[in-house]
Design a protein around this ligand. Sequence first.
Ligand SMILES: CSCC[C@H](NC=O)C(=O)N[C@@H](C)C(=O)N[C@@H](CO)C(=O)O
Ligand SMILES: [Fe+2]
Length: 211
Amino acid sequence: MGEEEAVASPAELQFEGRLKIVQYPDPRLRAKNKRVNTFDESLKKLVDEMFDVMCRTDGIGLSAPQVGINVQLMVFNSDGEHGELEEIVLVNPRINGYSRKIVSYKEGCLSFPGIYADVERPDSLNVDAQDITGARFEVNLTGLPAGVFQHEYDHLQGILFFDRISDEVLETIRAKLQDLEKKYEERTRKPSPEKIDARMSRNKPVGFGKS
Ligand SMILES: CSCC[C@H](NC=O)C(=O)N[C@@H](C)C(=O)N[C@@H](CO)C(=O)O
Ligand SMILES: [Fe+2]
């Protein structure tokens, strides 16, 4: 039997003032994210504020741990039926299956300002999630929305985009990651909780589950 997943208390969905993007190597990006089972005004406020931060920072998707709230929640924009931008909210998402087709996309992450790298991911997938009211739904995603979903879903598992790239590609962004580690140490006066140099020798990027 699998491990029972922790559920967030209503207080864990609450926040004061404006949300701010948490940058690598902040440990909240690697912390466990609890399931949400409170579908109330606090959740709506959190979602509204996440869309606001995402727009202000030129993001195309955002996960709750990136604003320091360790719960299984993500938001992103996708093309609606008539071409207009649609706001998508996924609570407690789960991936049912992936396509065999793999595509490469130059990804950036709001928690790594100005850093981009090619990441390979399945082109489409089928997902189960709950909406902001708690209602369950299933959706097929393809192309950019599939890529954004997988990027955010990884955040909910504590996986960051550079975990999925080869050592060769990692080498091209290593100095910038080290700059972020240094900035974190200066800002917090604490040692960086992770160092890219410790990862450089591990040559196998994180893989995908069932296809
Ligand atoms: C391809 S998935 C990127 C999702 C990411 N979300 C959270 O970290 C994100 O929004 N990254 C931005 C840096 C991004 O991709 N912005 C767009 C639009 O400005 C870009 O092309 O840089
Ligand atoms: Fe990200």
